[in-house]
Design a protein around this ligand. Sequence first.
Ligand SMILES: C[S@@+](CC[C@H](N)C(=O)[O-])C[C@H]1O[C@@H](n2cnc3c(N)ncnc32)[C@H](O)[C@@H]1O
Length: 272
Amino acid sequence: MEPDKRRMEQAYDNMAPGYDSAVGPGIGALMRQLLGDMDVGEAPVALDVACGTGISTFALIENTGGKGEFHGVDISEGMLEGARRSAEAHGLTNVRFTKGDAENLDYTDAKFDVVISNMSLQFFPDKPRALAEMHRVLKPGGRLAILFGAGPMFREVWEVLGEAAARRPEHPGFAASVEEIKAMHIGLEETEALLEGTGFEKTYVYARHRLVHYEPEFIIHNIPYAGCWKIALPGDVLPEVVEELTERLTESRTGKGFRTTWYVILAYGTKL
Ligand SMILES: C[S@@+](CC[C@H](N)C(=O)[O-])C[C@H]1O[C@@H](n2cnc3c(N)ncnc32)[C@H](O)[C@@H]1O
């Protein structure tokens, strides 16, 4: 597996135990927005790409009244274990969670009526390839619905991280990982071009943009994105950097916490 994917896998394996309580409610709300603009159809054969602990898969299942055949694929076994436990707890027998890479889906061509992916496309290093795989596994007439962090997502957090990285030239991996995280956030035009370049038709792409306020500790410890850069630092340097960042985020906080920008793109397409 490529090093950046292994880092991603490790980051989510580490986050898996606390994931549902840290971000579950927010992720569930995003998923309802994504489904709100989609006709899932009757009893679909559906795939959730980068399903994590299954929050998005379970929302999709609920949306169809439980009827259909559901598959979830994710690169992190830790996240998948959570998904399988929840499926068992809810007595669901028509869902299967499998380890795999979004850029190399292990499913036959034209298997699915619906492919969804929630808060994950930003993480795929080769987005055209991931979208081509989603297109390949859809049946003709099948529908894609994806939501992901994009554009200026957490811009203010990256500024603080970038400044901290600049003060630590002895750890070029730190600055490089901040740049990598910024670069993974694409914009509306690029999204539309990517979908259409992949062969999706009837595309519909829009963004939701809002301000959010977080406590510095929350940003440091709980935002999954923040977990990604930690991996790129040597373990002995991490505590000092976390201390410095907490200080910086605290200095820049408003009365309600550290203000940052939340920006997600919702994108839909059909395979004709
Ligand atoms: C923010 S979580 C979202 C999980 C889930 N979709 C949800 O709505 O809760 C991002 C997920 O993407 C997964 N992921 C990242 N890169 C991946 C890849 N190349 N292939 C499959 N899964 C990947 C991570 O393991 C993680 O579970």
